[in-house]
Design a protein around this ligand. Structure first.
Ligand SMILES: CC(C)(COP(=O)(O)OP(=O)(O)OC[C@H]1O[C@@H](n2cnc3c(N)ncnc32)[C@H](O)[C@@H]1OP(=O)(O)O)[C@@H](O)C(=O)NCCC(=O)NCCS
Length: 202
């Protein structure tokens, strides 16, 4: 039976797998970078290490095939990241003259987590990432994961959550808009930023 449940440390490998398989604006990013761990090392690993209690997964009974991960306080997370995650990340992904432009861009996201924080962070201190493998998409699990996360954030007194996304990911944009996420004033067509209050009914 497929269920939504809190993240456990044993789910980490599945979370990494989902992240890379949905990392190319929603499509499979395996083989696109020097390591398939690069995108998860930016967009998943540090989150479940820093705040595992704000991660929820879809468990099919065979494996974890979807997740929403979040941090309650994006500024505090970025500070933690600089001190505890960045040193290892730099070692694993050195920038050299041979580093491709594409890889350079992905590594760049991992070098400065402060950069992604929106100016509206007081109203929306948390941020999230959500990904489901193709076989789970379009069946309401995304909505249920967001609902679960909003309840958890609201329970901690966090007023809102933002996300940044690739402008190429039109499916995800339709999903967020359908749930009631709104584009922030700081959103740009090349770097969309959306947010929702945690007391919203999705
Ligand atoms: C984007 C994603 C999280 C959405 O989750 P999902 O489980 O597929 O979406 P749901 O089935 O819960 O859909 C919720 C609502 O959004 C709408 N929606 C979802 N995906 C949509 C799409 N591609 N186009 C249009 N509407 C969409 C649904 O129609 C549904 O509305 P309804 O309930 O009124 O019918 C999921 O498809 C996914 O992981 N995609 C690949 C990775 C990705 O792009 N992640 C986001 C990165 S920013």
């Amino acid at each position: 039976m497929t269920t939504i449940r809190p993240y456990r440390p044993a789910d980490r490998a599945d979370v990494y797998d989902i992240c890379v398989r949905t990392g190319a604006s929603g499509a499979d990013a395996r083989g696109l970078y020097s390591s398939d761990a690069l995108l998860p090392d930016v967009f998943a690993g540090p989150y479940v290490e820093y705040q595992p209690d704000l991660a929820f997964v879809v468990d099919t009974g065979r494996r974890v095939a979807g997740y929403v991960i979040s941090v309650a306080d994006s500024q505090a997370f970025a500070d933690w990241y600089d001190a505890h995650w960045l040193p290892g990340f730099r070692e694993r992904y050195p920038l050299t003259e041979a580093t491709s432009q594409k890889e350079r861009e992905a590594i760049g996201f991992g070098l400065d987590p402060h950069e992604a924080i929106v100016p509206e962070v007081d109203r929306f201190p948390a941020h999230l990432h959500i990904d489901l493998l193709p076989e789970l998409q379009g069946q309401g699990y995304g909505r249920r994961l967001i609902r679960e996360l909003l309840a958890a954030l609201h329970g901690r007194g966090v007023p809102g959550v933002f996300l940044r996304m690739s402008p190429a990911n039109t499916g995800a944009m339709a999903f967020y808009r359908r749930l009631g996420f709104e584009e922030l004033p700081s959103s740009r067509s090349d770097a969309p930023a959306l947010a929702i209050a945690t007391n919203a009914d999705v």
